[in-house]
Design a protein around this ligand. Structure first.
Ligand code: PLP
Length: 450
């Protein structure tokens, strides 16, 4: 017993029990894979940990390394695994569709594609019912911005500082963080002040920040814009919740300027925020275009743009299509994900477990000065580390240490934010209360030893 108690009374946390053993791994070691990666993979990739991790198996909220060691996946891929790694229903949907037909395009009819489009449309409010499938979130946002430009005949788009919308020409321009930009394509994007309650100059007063969008329209455009794009909670930017009242005020400004409002639901959609299926619903707005990816396919490459029939009409001006978007294997997976979220009540679980975990993290903030802020909704939570609470100095080195130590204890957690000092907790939505306790206990234990 003594051995498991640290001198400051925080016990070493134990990973919750879980009834699954992966098959033995006989492949190359982490070092061998790392050598291949250095030689053959793009040097733009980086890895999270001081010692790279070779992941071999996944089961629900757990991942296994080459030695069969189990880790709790508190990052959910990258907010991607919605219903659990290798969820049996999703695996079954993929396998059975693969055995019948692996590929079809929009040139032909296929029920796996049409059926999922119908199911997806039923989850959206208003007249948002026309679906265009893509392969990623980037592609979905590129298309959404193009639709807004075509529909309005304008080029100017307003996006937010600290946002992330993708890595192709247009979306890299819309993204508002220097880390993710190459400064090649930026044209026509105005980056408005971020309504960040923790770091922003107006605190939680959403309407004051919204005035900045109004000013961008007034001073930086002809008075008309193509649209506005925003996440409901910024993910890559460090789980930043937009100040209350911000989106309704901005949507009004944009509509008055003739623009379309695009909700980037790539991270916040698909039940992750718990209180609602879509993040924008938590702000009481209805967008003109909704983009999604990540959680829609539980890790399978799939994205979508959903808009109204009237707006979608602009795409008939050309033969706009892509080869793989709406691949039947991917849409079969997406449909299975939707059914699992509903049947297993994962939105309710995200709300319940997420609220519990947030409360535990808020308690840790009272105990550890290094925690500057705890925020987020459902199972989309952020913990910002600072070395000085007054000055909000980003704790960049410290976060790496905590992350490495939590990995040693068996927790994989995400990291992000403009300064790279924010923990991102976006696990599979099947996370349990015991899992939440394990994350909080591992963080507490690690911080207690610093
Ligand atoms: N939009 C948001 C909010 C994202 O978080 C991301 C990726 O992290 C993207 C768009 C781009 O998605 P993808 O990486 O699938 O292209």
């Amino acid at each position: 017993k003594e051995a498991s108690i640290h001198e400051n009374d925080v016990p070493i946390p134990k990973i919750p029990s879980f009834d699954f053993s992966p098959p033995p791994y006989t492949g190359p070691s982490a070092d061998e894979i790392m050598a291949k990666r250095r030689e053959y993979l793009s040097p733009s990739f980086f890895h999270f940990y001081t010692k790279p991790l070779n992941l071999v198996d996944g089961k629900m909220q757990y991942l296994f390394d080459e030695n069969g060691r189990r880790y709790l996946d508190a990052f959910g891929g990258i907010a991607t695994v919605s219903c659990g790694h290798c969820h049996p229903d999703v695996v079954e949907a993929i396998v059975s569709q693969t055995q019948r037909l692996q590929h079809s395009t929009v040139l032909y009819l296929n029920n796996a594609i049409a059926d999922f489009a119908e199911a997806l449309a039923s989850k959206l409010p208003g007249n948002l019912k026309v679906v265009f499938f893509t392969n990623s979130g980037t592609e979905a946002n590129e298309l959404a911005m193009m639709i807004a430009r075509l529909y309005t005949g304008c080029h100017d788009i307003v996006s937010l500082r600290n946002s992330y919308h993708g890595n192709a020409a247009g979306t890299m321009g819309a993204t508002g963080q220097r880390t993710w930009k190459f400064n090649i394509v930026q044209s026509g994007v105005h980056h408005a002040m971020n309504p960040d309650p923790y770091r922003g100059m107006f605190g939680s007063d959403g309407e004051k920040y919204a005035k900045d969008v109004h000013d961008h329209v007034e001073f930086g455009t002809s008075g008309n814009v193509a649209g506005f794009i925003s996440e409901a909670i910024q993910g890559v930017g460090g789980i930043v919740e937009l100040a209350p009242g911000y989106l309704p005020a901005v949507y009004k400004t944009i509509k008055n300027a003739g623009g379309l409002c695009i909700a980037d639901e790539v991270q916040a959609g698909f039940a992750r925020t718990g209180s609602h299926f879509w993040g924008f619903e938590g702000h009481g707005v209805v967008p003109d275009i909704v983009t999604m990816a990540k959680g829609i396919g539980n890790g399978i490459p799939l994205g979508a743009v959903v808009t109204t029939p009237e707006i979608a009409e602009v795409l008939t001006r050309r033969s706009y299509f892509n080869t793989f978007g709406g691949n039947p294997v991917c849409t079969a997976a997406g449909h299975a994900v939707l059914k699992v979220i509903e049947r297993e009540k994962l939105q309710e679980n995200a709300f319940k477990v997420g609220s519990y975990l947030k409360q535990r993290l808020v308690e840790l903030k009272d105990k550890h000065d290094i925690i500057g802020d705890v925020r987020g909704k459902g199972l989309m939570l952020g913990v910002e580390l600072v070395t000085d609470r007054e000055l909000k100095t980003p704790a960049k080195a410290e976060i790496m240490h905590v992350m490495d130590q939590m990995k040693e204890l068996g927790v994989l957690i995400g990291k992000g934010g403009f300064h790279g000092n924010v923990f991102r907790i976006t696990p599979p939505l099947c996370f349990t209360k015991e899992d939440a306790d394990f994350v909080a206990d591992a963080m507490d234990y690690t911080m207690s030893k610093m």
